[in-house]
Design a protein around this ligand. Structure first.
Ligand code: EPS
Length: 389
């Protein structure tokens, strides 16, 4: 399974390309567009999200509602393009209309990118560095989710921290999964009291011209043991998940299970004691008997291999680097001290980043599932999967 994206924030369109899926996976356009809608939500998004209404326009690889094994190409139009056509033309255009980003924003790709690509300002850098690109990942991820769903594997996310406001209790998978059905996403937190404290953090940032980061958690439910391997460094599930989530814009740390607190706790408090349940555990576990754990501090991965518990991946998001009250910077042109550039921006994107991370996790897991179980059709993959289970 491979995927790639193209497109810039204020260009005509985003492009998503995914290949390597078996034939016969049901592709539900409504589901794709709902996933894209979810990525646009959350308290603290900026004015851009009132302009865009993302939808995945499928060009290839899907016929009569199912994948046909060939590469799937999709475009996601930028509605804002009509305001930028003359500013960012593909042809030479009118230099007078160029909208320079004249002083780099600390924390953004602006400065390092402009130096690297030899640009006189940061416009072309921010165009591609922008998290707008994650919409194309969500389109690909939605298809990976549909493949996993056909095998009984579900992926969901929720927000566990915004600034200093933290979710004050454990969340069940059913609660986390239910967030995807919300009409008002707010901060995608399962607990209303914690969510109100998170909202207060965003309000404070809004009031003061600041921005705020946080932590999202992605959970994969229903994955059998044995996905990923300990035998080679670049095939370990933990490493692949870390790369997948870390590659998202503004993610600065990735935690698997309770990895952070594990580093400061004794082994007896960290490792998940093993039991065996001879009876069916739940309806979705079917007739299988299984090994089970008292808790899941490992986040469903031991030795780079899934162990049958829920995969739990947390992403730590730095605050958005475009500040309404900008930090000090330097003019690209004069090299004199000035304020960093400000353009319309978001104040908090933790729920949206969680949705993008669901996509990345689904893509990483789907890739390993396809590699392990093989098959050119969903029927063949499903047969291999069921007989292994
Ligand atoms: C972004 C800046 C804002 C965000 C954008 C990411 O866009 P604009 O400059 O057009 O106001 O809204 O995120 C998206 C467009 C999106 O779809 O998530 C940035 O500079 O990274």
């Amino acid at each position: 399974l491979r995927f790639s994206t193209a497109g810039e924030s204020h260009g005509e369109s985003l492009v998503a390309l995914i290949s390597g899926l078996p034939a016969g996976v049901p592709v539900d356009q409504e589901f794709l567009d709902h996933e894209l809608w979810r990525r646009q939500q959350g308290y603290g998004r900026g004015g851009r999200m009132r302009i865009e209404r993302d939808t995945a326009h499928i060009l290839s690889g899907v016929r009569h509602g199912k994948t046909i094994g060939s590469p799937i190409a999709m475009t996601l139009a930028n509605r804002d393009w009509k305001n930028w056509e003359e500013i960012l033309p593909v042809g030479e255009g009118d230099a007078e209309k160029h909208k320079a980003v004249a002083s780099p924003r600390p924390g953004h790709a602006d400065l390092a990118g402009a130096l690297k690509y030899d640009f006189k300002d940061a416009r072309y850098i921010l165009e591609r560095a922008s998290a707008r690109e994650s919409a194309a990942r969500v389109a690909c991820g939605a298809i990976a989710k549909l493949l996993l769903r056909a095998l009984g594997v579900e992926v969901a996310s929720h927000v566990v921290r915004v600034g200093s406001a933290e979710l004050s209790r454990e969340a069940s998978f059913a609660e986390i999964a239910a967030i995807a059905q919300r009409e008002d996403v707010l901060l995608a937190c399962v607990d209303p009291e914690s969510e109100a404290r998170m909202k207060a953090e965003v309000d404070q940032a809004l009031r003061t011209g600041d921005t705020i980061g946080g932590v999202f958690e992605v959970v994969v439910h229903g994955l059998p043991p044995g996905v990923g391997t300990h035998v080679n460094w670049d095939e370990r599930l933990d490493g692949l998940l870390a790369q997948a989530v870390m590659s998202l814009q503004a993610v600065k740390a990735v935690e698997l299970g309770r990895g952070v607190t594990a580093a400061q706790s004794p082994g007896s408090k960290v490792h998940d004691a093993i039991a065996y349940e001879a009876e069916p555990v739940s309806e979705d576990a079917g007739k299988f008997t299984r090994f089970s754990r008292e808790h899941n501090n490992a986040g469903g991965i031991e030795g780079g291999i899934s162990n049958g518990e829920d995969l739990v991946v947390r992403g730590y998001l730095k605050p958005i680097s475009t500040l309404r009250r900008p930090l000090a910077s330097v003019s690209f042109e004069t090299r004199e001290t000035t304020k960093a550039a400000y353009e319309r921006s978001d104040v908090c994107v933790v729920p949206a980043a969680g949705v993008a991370a669901e996509a990345m996790v689904a893509l990483a897991v789907a890739r390993l599932v396809i590699e392990k179980f093989g098959g050119d059709s969903l029927r063949e993959l499903h047969r291999n999967f069921s007989s292994y289970c």
